[in-house]
Ligand binder design. Structure first.
Ligand code: ADP
Ligand code: MG
Length: 309
């Protein structure tokens, strides 16, 4: 199977008695944008750091372009470009100079090539400005330009949009999509936001407590229709007590933001609404939720329900 670009094999990392990553098996295929989704602390960064050989697994291995990381070491990463943390640049130097220095560590790179990639990430007009004057979004884009110099076939990004404002998030997302389309480059990106993964990924895996929970095509996973509802009501704590008295609303759960989530048939929403209103609750919103959304929300809140969405 040559179309598998990256595979983790029982990849495991133990910190003292905490299993950060627990026998993880995921596969990233040629040309796809693979979303690696999980709540904070799920083990995403630890996995990515093992893939990039920044830390060593306690157990297991990674295969990249068919080569075992254990056997091939850094050579397995030749075709890989990655941005794992906020990229570190020399703040007082220009983007151009940073690219020359950091991009030319192995062999010198031409200004023409550097400008081509700075243009690609829409930083050409700021190429001469010191990087310390850049916004967080511009920093992320510069990080991407830097790895593009290497013309990687697999790009690995750990939470590329975290900390960006909505506009910055959109720009980075669009850039990733375009790179994937233009160059056919394969992308593995992590996120703790389902909607973000939905927007750009073709396949995804969800991990929690270091373990794989779901893996599949984003379309297939999302096809599983609506299966619940999110209620925004005043006095949520009382509302949930009221709901729990009814057998049909047994699954009602309150989330940390005060929203109440119930697994139920969409046809039952009007009746649910009537009952809440009749009982004197003000309903601000009733939002249908797809099964994956409900599932992911429950994972985040630490309700360990069924292992399938
Ligand atoms: P994510 O990136 O999904 O938010 P991480 O991979 O950073 O999650 O962390 C997974 C788990 O491993 C967390 O419980 C975290 O506290 C723990 N962890 C991460 N790095 C270390 C470390 N160097 N030492 C001890 N525990 C760690
Ligand atoms: Mg992380």
């Amino acid at each position: 199977m040559t179309d598998i670009i990256l595979r983790t094999i029982n990849l495991t990392k133990r910190y003292k008695n905490r299993l950060a990553v627990d026998h993880l098996n995921i596969e990233v295929r040629q040309g796809e944008i693979f979303g690696f989704l999980g709540p904070n602390g799920a083990g995403k960064s630890t996995t990515i750091r093992m893939i990039l050989r920044l830390i060593f697994p306690t157990e297991g291995d990674v295969e990249i372009f068919g080569a075992s990381l254990k056997e091939a070491g850094h050579r397995a990463l030749e075709r890989v470009g990655a941005v794992v943390e906020k990229p570190a640049f020399y703040g007082h130097l220009s983007a151009l100079r940073n690219m020359e220095i950091l991009g030319g560590l192995q062999k010198p790179v031409s200004r023409r090539k550097i400008m081509k990639y700075l243009e690609r990430v829409e930083l050409a007009d700021r190429a001469g400005d010191p990087v310390k004057t850049y916004s967080h979004g511009m920093n992320q884009r510069l990080g991407l330009a830097l790895i593009l110099l290497k013309e990687p076939q697999l790009i690995i990004l750990d939470e590329p949009t975290t900390g960006l404002d909505p506009q910055g998030m959109k720009e980075v997302r669009e850039l990733i999509l375009e790179l994937s389309r233009e160059r056919g480059v394969t992308v593995l990106l992590s996120s703790h936001l389902l909607y973000e993964v939905e927007m750009i990924a073709t396949r995804m895996a969800i991990i929690h407590h270091g373990r794989l929970r779901v893996e599949g095509s984003v379309n297939d996973l999302l096809k599983k229709g609506p299966s619940g509802v999110l209620i925004k009501a005043d006095r949520p704590a009382e509302a949930i007590q009221f709901l729990k008295t009814n057998e049909s609303y047994r699954s009602a759960r309150i989330h940390s933001d005060g929203g109440i989530n119930i697994e139920l048939d969409q046809d039952s929403i009007p009746e649910l609404n009537r009952q809440l209103v009749n009982a004197g609750f003000n309903i601000k919103a009733l939002v249908p939720q797809r099964s994956l959304e409900t599932y992911f929300l429950n994972l985040i809140e630490g309700h360990e329900g069924a292992d399938n969405p």
